[in-house]
Design a protein. Structure first.
Length: 157
């Protein structure tokens, strides 16, 4: 179970929610994921994102899978994963951080979201706490991450 932040290329003339609704039309949870088919522009976008994350944040591991391009942060404050699919991207943080550790990892997640937004025309939204990542408050996100992590630690272990 992960804390998820979504980034999406909002279609011209549509809101973020309308774009998501269109992306989800006909979604079949039992069907396989579509293979990754990036345009040259999307590949360039990924290269800029990856380069800037490495430059601004530090060491990351990067892999190309059949369905997405992925990067994961290495080292403190914790693992943050970005999956890039061209018109969408997702940031995942495991529910295992609480207190000051939750704030540190959510600040990192929001920094990555800002980089993605700066280097692409994807728009980020943190549906966990109902705020855009561009001007959202990582403290609010950290409180949610910490609360769910604490609950899971006490009730699921």
């Amino acid at each position: 179970m992960t804390y998820d932040i979504m980034l999406v290329r909002v279609q011209p003339g549509l809101t973020l929610q309308e774009t998501l609704d269109r992306l989800n039309v006909g979604f079949d949870p039992d069907a396989g994921l579509p293979l990754l088919r990036l345009t040259d522009a999307q590949r360039d976008e990924w290269d800029r994102i990856l380069g800037r994350v490495r430059r601004d944040i530090g060491s990351v591991e990067s892999e190309e899978y059949l369905y997405s391009l992925t990067l994961e942060t290495v080292g403190p404050p914790g693992r943050v994963q970005l999956d890039y699919c061209g018109d969408t991207a997702h940031i995942e943080v495991a529910y295992r951080h609480s207190g000051p550790a939750a704030l540190a990892v959510m600040e990192l997640a929001y920094r990555i979201a800002h980089i993605v937004e700066d280097e692409s025309d994807l728009t980020g939204h943190d549906f966990e706490v109902g705020q855009p990542t561009r001007d959202g408050d990582p403290v609010k996100a950290a409180a949610r991450l910490s609360g769910v992590s604490d609950w899971a630690q006490h009730h699921l272990s």
